[in-house]
Design a protein around this ligand. Sequence first.
Ligand code: ADP
Length: 372
Amino acid sequence: MAAVELQGVSKSYDGTTFAIEGLSLQCRQGEMLALLGPSGCGKSTTLKLIAGIECISGGRILFNGKDVSELDTASRNVAMVFEDYALYPHLSVFENIAFPLRIRSYLHSEVQRAVDRIIDLLELQDVRDANVRKLSGGAQQRVSIGRALVREPDLIMFDEPLSHMDAAQKVGLRSEIARLQKAAKLTSVLVTHDQTEAISMADRIAVMDKGVLQQVATAAEIYARPANLFVASFIGEPPMNLLPAELLASDASAVQLALAGGAQLALPLVPHGAILQGATGRELVVGIRPEHVRLAAPERADIPAFDACIDTVETRGDHDVLQLQSAMGPLVMEVGGPSGFLAGQTLRFQVEPRHVHVFDAKTTRNLLGEQA
Ligand code: ADP
């Protein structure tokens, strides 16, 4: 049974437009599920609906199989961790973590036991009695996580928890939250617009756009097989190259695609052929990740090579990112660095056919794996 399940959930604030539409999603016991998408896609609304801060306009929300759609926040046993920590600045670390228990009139001995357990778990012993104002941003966020955990919630929701951190703090706290979440088997929902955060912390990622769920899967699955053009362009940095194409021909062994400038790509029948065979003229979009645009290799004479002119070279340490102009259109290419390439030079590149994604230009869906 899923710990949290959304069944066809919709939310309209004004009665006409939908902030969330037909959202069906599960967060399993002990997993961290990320809600990822650009600003305005409905992440915060989803979070508020799960927490009971906003009420749903349609559908159902279940906690451990029980319908909680009509329950208020206090009855849902959900804890939140916010980006701005929301700590009480005049209180110590201990008292901030103890706060949710004190307002529920827990016994003194219960508070001591519960808070000390959390302080040990988060390794905050050294600052136990310090005022939270004296702590770094990362330590303050650990205290706010401690405060969320102390009540042993059924679900913990992280709302952009690392937005206020600098790059170094982010890396540390990212792995710390992920470690803690796994160690304590916390069922958790992470709201973020940052794909690195989602990929590094969550077990599964729900990608959203304009209030509609686009895909939910592990980061590796999403990367290897994005469900549609939105997911393909949103996940991956630099983003996937997307090039207009048309189905030229197909036979028993391969499908032939025509790209701009007379360029052609032959893709193996499996897995592309089954869905593309016979649909000559169909408008498509070819997707190629920058790391799959490779320098032409003499031993790969079996696949075509194309010329390109280098527009810019961006050095990123262990690899370089090249902006290319080619007959098939502008392309981004990733090569091992330092590559020594300079703007203005030409090169020849190849694309491994099995790494080519094919999308339907009209529906935007990834055609791999779909039925014929
Ligand atoms: P995100 O968290 O992904 O940035 P939100 O859930 O905040 O997205 O917003 C989704 C949509 O709902 C947006 O179009 C936003 O303008 C709208 N919205 C969010 N909160 C409210 C509100 N309280 N009243 C009216 N519209 C809202």
